[in-house]
Design a protein. Sequence first.
Length: 422
Amino acid sequence: MPPSIKGSGPFPSISSTPPSSSTQQLLSSLLLSSPSPPLVHNRYEGGAVVLRSAERTVLMQPCLKVLAVLYNGFKAAKAEPRLLGTVENELGLRSFLESRGHEYIVTSSKDGPNSDFQKHIEDADILITTPFHPGYLTRDLINKAKNLKLCVTAGVGSDHIDLNAAVDNKLQVLEVTGSNVVSVAEQVLMSMLVLVRNFVPANEMVRRGDWNVADIAQNAFDLEGKTIGTIGAGRIGQRVLARLQPFNPKELLYYDYNTLTPETEKALTARRVGDVKDLVSQCDVVTINAPLHEGTRGLINKEMLSHFKPVRLLARQHRARAICEAEDVAAAVKSGHLRGYAGDVWNVQPAPKDHPWRSMLNPLGGGNGMTPHYSGTTLDAQIRYAKGTQDILENFFDGKPQEPANVIVGVGKYESKAYGQR
């Protein structure tokens, strides 16, 4: 399918390298079939192919290679077309991209030098990946990817990309900000209730045919009257606090490097605590809703866990896979110092079968609320982030400004503080 034809004008988003032989063939085909006077001169200007005659100027977008790393949906994706974030359903982008003359490669193969991801990244112009099956874009891969201009996270969470290397290489990084905030906030609340009410052991008991109310009730509590705190009070953290209000907690606390406005604090009935250790020492339940950056990496470790009130709960979501030290958290649950830990983001995804979070249990046989990473990829969220990804690509192709909230790394500089702007 030939590239789209546009009127003359700037085309700042496209590569300045000469068009490929396949693009040249398409141009020749277009010229031969043109009903208007032939375009007798062509050259490459500002990343676009410019064809001129005495009567008209045609600006053509060159073919770009778009690589998407998505997760396999198998039978579920075939049965449910709204599973857009899968290899099978391709974020719904194929028709859009091919109608503009671009090449679209979709794969789930992402690990190791022989993976499709590492093979194709070297000459890809655009990379699309998701937080749920991330293609880890290291500095070494960025240095090899000489054509790469744009990375799009279909969802929220771009810590699988070396953002400092992206800055150094003038590689733009964007994500679909806000696409998953409701989905994740609801999952955080569910995780809290799963732990507080000791739901998993109760469900397992009835499914195996047993019945012992005391065994379950000895580790079941209410949220009402508890002190609950969030580390991080951004888009998700604030929504978590708002959803906790109807449970009538004793107090809602938050830690964030930004202080919320007095009006927001009042609306959320939340109090800021200026030190993380102080916050966790006061809380019965702690939730982490903070991005991963140098200031949060490894934050929840053995030393930090020692400041938690004994037999308390930790429910975390969002970009906390490397914020929590896996072995330290598992040891705290197994010892009973933490009554439980729940979340769905793992450090390296898919998680290894021997990952300590898969099997950890507290001394009473519960306390494990872990799931695969799906909190931000509900069917509703997938519609939002697929649409947002297409909007980002369309703006890029057409040289239009991006939504500022979506831009993590601009051309050679950070545009967001979400990842600890460096």
